[in-house]
Design a protein around this ligand. Structure first.
Ligand code: SAM
Length: 344
């Protein structure tokens, strides 16, 4: 199995059966992680980039079976931040040193193209030295283009799973893997730094599904990949499903680092929720991004995609200080720079 890991590092691709052999058994994890850390260090040194996450709306017109803010969850206390509140979050974030803001939300029809465009424009006009990442779901290519033209730099849209059958298990019928992939292609064509990604251990996922994810990512060539364990939410159809494996999530991070060494790979909040040291372990497996929460403290708990989400009770500054300590504790340095992808 070490030979297979060596070949992945050398050739940056594997056959489906080879992916399955690794993902099924998780062999030689420490060997993989050491190589993944070395690969990340060659590209980015010991920097772990901080992105200021602003969860600006929990209204969502979609009904994904795994997600706590799905349309049919009547127990969600819905909120949306207005433009002034979002600008305030950026102001706080900028003063703390953040140079990337991530605007994430449900697919909220209140936020029309015009409103989002205006928001992007305002943020970029106020903070021209910052990168702006959007994560607001599926839109037409024209809408994405408008947001890009207004100044947005990056877009996160997890593909969720590249396995057609599995996609249908996770989503209602109005959502399709083809549409998701078309959005990702559009984003890439427009020129966004584009991020896809998936959950580990979501209901119906097999080792083959995860192998499909790796094949998709090999071909698609994203700049970012978000991977975190599935964590159940009590008010969703998957409430009783067990959470995804932290070990397998870490292993996937290690594999992704060897597959695409220049990736920006977050140690996600879901990983930190599933394991108290999840974010440190993520970095030690090859991740190089963390996303501290900049949302106003009063709304944090309302953006509950899954149960027991961490960092919902701390002010932005505490959140940041905690992460800085954690990263220094494992020999890494939290970087507040924009952290664009390096050219390999
Ligand atoms: N609406 C946008 C979209 O669909 O891309 C962005 C927000 S969406 C809530 C962000 C991500 O949260 C999803 O892509 C999904 O992978 C993740 N997520 C949702 N529910 C989750 C759960 N129960 N456990 C872990 N991750 C979850």
């Amino acid at each position: 199995m070490r030979l297979l890991i060596d070949r992945l590092e050398r050739e940056r691709r594997l056959e489906k059966e080879e992916w399955m052999a690794l993902i099924g058994e998780l062999p030689e994890a420490e060997y993989l992680f050491a190589k993944a850390r070395a690969a990340a260090k060659r590209q980015y040194g010991t920097a772990v980039y901080a992105r200021g996450l602003i969860e600006f709306t929990n209204y969502c017109k979609n009904n994904c079976f795994y997600c706590g803010i799905r349309r049919d969850n009547a127990n969600v206390d819905r909120y949306r931040l207005d433009e002034a509140e979002i600008m305030d979050c950026c102001k706080t974030g900028y003063a703390l040193g953040f140079r990337t803001f991530v605007l994430q939300g449900g697919e909220d029809p209140y936020y029309t193209d015009e409103k989002l465009e205006r928001l992007v424009w305002r943020i970029k006009a106020s903070y021209p030295d910052c990168a702006l990442t959007l994560s607001v779901g599926e839109m037409s290519k024209e809408s994405y283009q408008r947001l890009f033209d207004a100044g947005a730099d990056r877009y996160l849209l997890r593909h969720e799973t590249a396995d057609e059958r599995h996609y249908r298990r996770l989503h209602p019928k109005e959502l399709s893997l083809n549409a998701r992939k078309a959005c990702l292609l559009a984003l890439q064509e427009i020129g966004f730094q584009t991020g896809c990604g998936f959950m580990v251990g979501s209901p119906g996922q097999t080792v083959e599904s995860l192998a499909e994810d790796m094949l998709f990512i090999t071909e698609f060539g994203p700049q970012m990949v978000g991977v975190g364990p599935f964590v159940p939410h009590h008010d969703t159809p998957f409430a009783k499903h067990p959470k995804g494996s932290v070990e397998r999530t870490l292993y996937m991070i290690g594999l992704l680092r060897l597959l695409k060494p220049a990736l920006l790979l977050p140690a996600t909040t879901a990983l930190g929720t599933a394991d108290a040291n999840g974010r440190e372990r993520g970095v030690l497996a090859g991740a190089n991004v963390v996303m501290p929460n900049l949302s106003p403290i009063g709304v944090r708990k309302k953006y509950a995609l899954y149960d027991d989400k961490i960092c919902t009770g701390e002010e932005a500054a505490e959140c940041l200080a905690g992460l800085r300590r954690r990263m220094e504790g494992i020999g890494y340095a939290l970087s507040m720079e924009r952290g664009d992808p390096v050219k390999e």
